[in-house]
Ligand binder design. Structure first.
Ligand SMILES: NC(=O)c1ccc[n+]([C@@H]2O[C@H](COP(=O)([O-])OP(=O)(O)OC[C@H]3O[C@@H](n4cnc5c(N)ncnc54)[C@H](OP(=O)(O)O)[C@@H]3O)[C@@H](O)[C@H]2O)c1
Length: 304
């Protein structure tokens, strides 16, 4: 499998990349997408030495910059003729204040959702070329709402609300993609939401304020957290299972409980096509990218 992992330089993304690079006698090719060249190179060296896998590469892309997303899409398209999986994972977590991106957006909305909306749409053709069954695994949590009148959260900002809004947007995007692909004959791609049922001891611990860190350390003592490697082990089958099994999960949200993937119940609003289309159109306007708009139109035409 050839797997692109956004946010592969830390936390859950790194855990998945680490496990997959060693999985199945190191046959999988892993492409890490991240915002720091230095960290990207260091992660590749680390994973090469822990797994022995030499099919690891890095794409530099700060998801807080749409210009970087365009460049990353071009780089991936020029180097690869297909992709088997994308892990939509990168996310900005704790932030002390709202620091607008250079594109004038709420950073959680842009990094955690919008840039990855654009990335996914532009890489669908590579997933369609997969001989193993292309798939996109979205790292999601339930809850959250779209602040339709203030998506950029200029009036009322909070980092947790920002994270949850982006999560709700990601989940609506996933459901719409799944529905659109139902109308595409012969081009089967799965879109799966995965929620980890335990908290992962990720790099967020190094970013949060001291009071939160103390609380987390106490909770760690009581076994609340799992390691990034354990998280990678749990998630690995989603990336490597055969196409038929993967397609059965498409459009759904799953978690891992009692040693199996189980389906989670989802909120009704996510399945409102009217709201999905509203978010989709807002997202296209914010991307301001003709190619992305053309891809979106092609998908909507397929489903007619
Ligand atoms: N930890 C949990 O228990 C948990 C549970 C459910 C869902 N999640 C979700 O999982 C995802 C990963 O979180 P995590 O806990 O693993 O946190 P993390 O350790 O901080 O990892 C976040 C990853 O996203 C990358 N990233 C952040 N901003 C970026 C940007 N502007 N451009 C490109 N990459 C960027 C980070 O890059 P750097 O390496 O350069 O920092 C890092 O690789 C998030 O979406 C989070 O909401 C986490």
């Amino acid at each position: 499998m050839k797997i692109l992992v956004t946010g592969g330089t830390n936390g859950m993304g790194k855990g998945v990349a680490k496990v997959l690079s060693a999985f199945d006698d190191q046959i999988h090719e892993i492409i890490l997408l991240g915002r720091s060249e230095e960290l990207g190179e260091a992660t590749i060296r680390e994973l090469e030495s822990s797994s022995g896998n030499k099919k690891l590469s890095f794409v530099l892309c700060d998801l807080a910059k749409l210009s970087d997303v365009r460049a990353a899409i071009n780089e991936i398209q020029s180097k690869h003729t297909f992709l088997d999986c994308i892990f939509i994972n990168a996310g900005l977590g704790y932030a002390a204040k709202r620091v607008e991106t250079e594109d004038g957006m709420n950073p959680h909305f842009q990094v955690n959702y919008l840039s990855q909306f654009m990335l996914t749409l532009n890489l669908l053709n590579l997933l369609e070329n997969s001989e193993n069954g292309g798939r996109v695994i979205f790292n999601v949590t339930r809850g959250g709402e779209i602040f339709w009148d203030d998506i950029q959260m200029k009036n009322k900002w909070g980092f947790e609300k920002g994270i949850h809004q982006a999560m709700a947007a990601k989940r609506m995007f996933l459901v719409e993609l799944h529905d659109l692909y139902k109308g595409v004959s012969g081009k089967k791609v799965s879109f799966i939401g995965f929620e980890i049922s335990q908290t992962v001891w990720s790099n967020q611990i190094n970013i949060i304020p001291v009071s939160m860190k103390i609380m987390a350390t106490v909770m760690k003592f009581f076994g609340t957290f799992i390691s990034i490697e354990k998280c990678g082990m749990i998630m690995a089958p989603l990336f490597t299972e055969n196409q038929e099994v993967s397609l059965k999960k498409s459009g759904k949200f799953v978690t891992w409980k009692n040693n199996e993937f189980i389906r989670m119940k989802e909120e009704e609003t996510l399945f409102s096509r009217e709201l999905q289309d509203r978010l989709w159109n807002i997202s296209l306007e914010l991307c301001k990218d003709e190619k992305t708009t053309r891809i979106a139109e092609r998908l909507h035409n397929y489903s007619k």
